[in-house]
Write a protein that binds this ligand. Structure first.
Ligand SMILES: CC(=O)SCCNC(=O)CCNC(=O)[C@H](O)C(C)(C)COP(=O)(O)OP(=O)(O)OC[C@H]1O[C@@H](n2cnc3c(N)ncnc32)[C@H](O)[C@@H]1OP(=O)(O)O
Ligand SMILES: O=C([O-])CC(=O)C(=O)O
Length: 373
């Protein structure tokens, strides 16, 4: 049996999940039955993470308790701070997270008495601390404290980054972005995390697998690549010319297209609206206008639509977030989805090990070195 050259497991059903549905009819996204539109409009990221990890929306006391549990898990152990300080200042923030979370797995291993949800919550609560501790240390030598008065994970992230409480608008925008990035069925990083979990490896190993897989520009790294592209243009007309040239050279435009969605990414309209709102308030309004022009050109020339990564870029920049932290924010959000999938995989585990179609040589006769050409 031959497989299509472009394989990539496209359209292959590789397992079963109750966590989310991506584009069941070519459109749409739900987390445990709730539409992404409702979640983005009415939920907080903490409610969404609880929904994904615990399987149901929290009631009022559960939510209050959950938020306070997360707020109590932000600080970093001294050994982890030392490890972060030793990383070169040239380290990519995704490598900081991969290393930091791996180190946390050695310092606070998965062991008796800690549930899987406890580890997921700890990671959600301290992921921003790991990243921003390193960020400030490498920038100025400052050893920041992870405690702030901001209650939400989104607020805490912006507070640690900028050293002050964020505006309500920015906190809400980042919160919505975390909801949009939280979960997406069998995307590459989640599938990779499930493969690791299926070998009965530990929770942290499955998460670091996810981080490594998310980093590439065909997946999570696209939000950073999209920003670099957009920022390279001074005017929408330059952007149009530049994109047409790239397409003529058969280059990929990061932030467009999707493996599963064929018409549109339902998350893109939501983040686009936030990006537009944030731009009204931002110093640099040019990025949103240029993004819109690129979107129009891609639709007209290639019938390709913006995915979640594209307008996330301009939205993040309007909140003063440096490009290198874009994909790590995706990690922060996706920790909730990865955790839900690791828990689901473990609950009904069988080693994930597909077959390959062999396309190598027929059996050959062994030759000693002096007989080889
Ligand atoms: C949150 C997320 O992770 S969303 C995904 C983020 N990634 C990106 O934005 C990277 C840019 N996009 C892409 O590379 C692709 O659309 C992917 C990787 C997301 C999906 O890829 P696949 O389903 O494997 O599609 P595939 O790579 O086969 O592309 C099909 C055709 O569309 C073209 N195409 C797909 N995406 C793009 C793009 N962004 N720019 C230009 N052309 C594209 C391909 O060149 C190919 O054309 P061809 O048939 O003439 O060779
Ligand atoms: O589903 C995918 O292939 C990629 C994606 O959009 C995500 O992980 O959010």
């Amino acid at each position: 049996m031959a497989i299509k050259k472009d394989g990539g497991l496209a359209e292959v059903i590789a397992g079963q999940t109750e966590i989310s549905t991506v584009g069941k009819q070519g459109i749409g996204l739900t987390y445990r039955g709730y539409s992404i539109q409702d979640l983005a409009a009415f939920a907080t990221f903490e409610e969404t993470a609880y929904l994904l990890i615990h399987g149901k929306l929290p009631n009022e006391p559960e939510l209050r308790q959950y938020r306070s549990k997360l707020a109590g898990l932000r600080s970093l152990p001294p050994r982890l701070r030392t490890i972060l300080e030793l990383l070169p200042d040239t380290t990519h923030p995704m490598d900081v997270l991969r290393t930091g979370i791996s180190a946390l797995g050695a310092i606070e291993p998965e062991e008796e008495g800690r549930t899987q949800a406890d580890i997921a919550d700890r990671l959600l609560a301290c992921c921003g601390s790991i990243l921003l501790y390193w960020h400030h240390y490498q920038a100025s030598g400052a050893r920041i404290e992870a405690e702030t008065s901001s209650e939400s994970i989104a607020g805490q992230f912006l507070h640690l980054l900028h050293g002050r409480r964020p505006s309500e608008l920015h906190e809400k925008a980042l919160d919505v972005s975390l909801i949009l990035y939280a979960e997406h069925e069998f995307n590459a990083s989640t599938f990779a995390a499930r493969v690791t979990a299926s070998t009965c490896s530990d929770f942290y190993s499955a998460i670091t697998t996810g981080i490594g897989t998310l980093r590439g520009p065909l997946h999570g790294g696209a939000n950073e690549a999209a920003m670099e592209l957009i920022e390279g243009y001074r005017h929408p007309d330059d952007a149009e010319t530049g994109i047409l040239q790239m397409l003529a050279m058969k280059k990929r435009i990061m932030g467009f297209g999707h493996r599963v969605y064929s018409v549109s990414d339902p998350r893109s309209d939501i983040i686009k609206e936030w990006s537009r709102t944030l731009a009204l308030d931002a110093e640099n309004k040019r990025l949103y206008v240029i993004s819109e022009r690129i979107e129009q050109v891609m639709q007209r020339e290639k019938k390709l639509f913006a995915n979640l990564d594209f307008y996330s870029a301009s939205a993040y920049r309007s909140m003063g977030i440096p490009t290198g932290l874009f994909t790590p924010i995706f990690v922060l959000a996706r920790l909730s989805g990865w955790s839900a999938h690791i828990i689901e995989q473990r609950a009904n585990n069988r080693l994930i090990r597909p077959n390959a179609y062999y396309s190598g040589p027929e059996p050959k006769m062994w030759l000693s070195p002096d007989m080889r050409t």
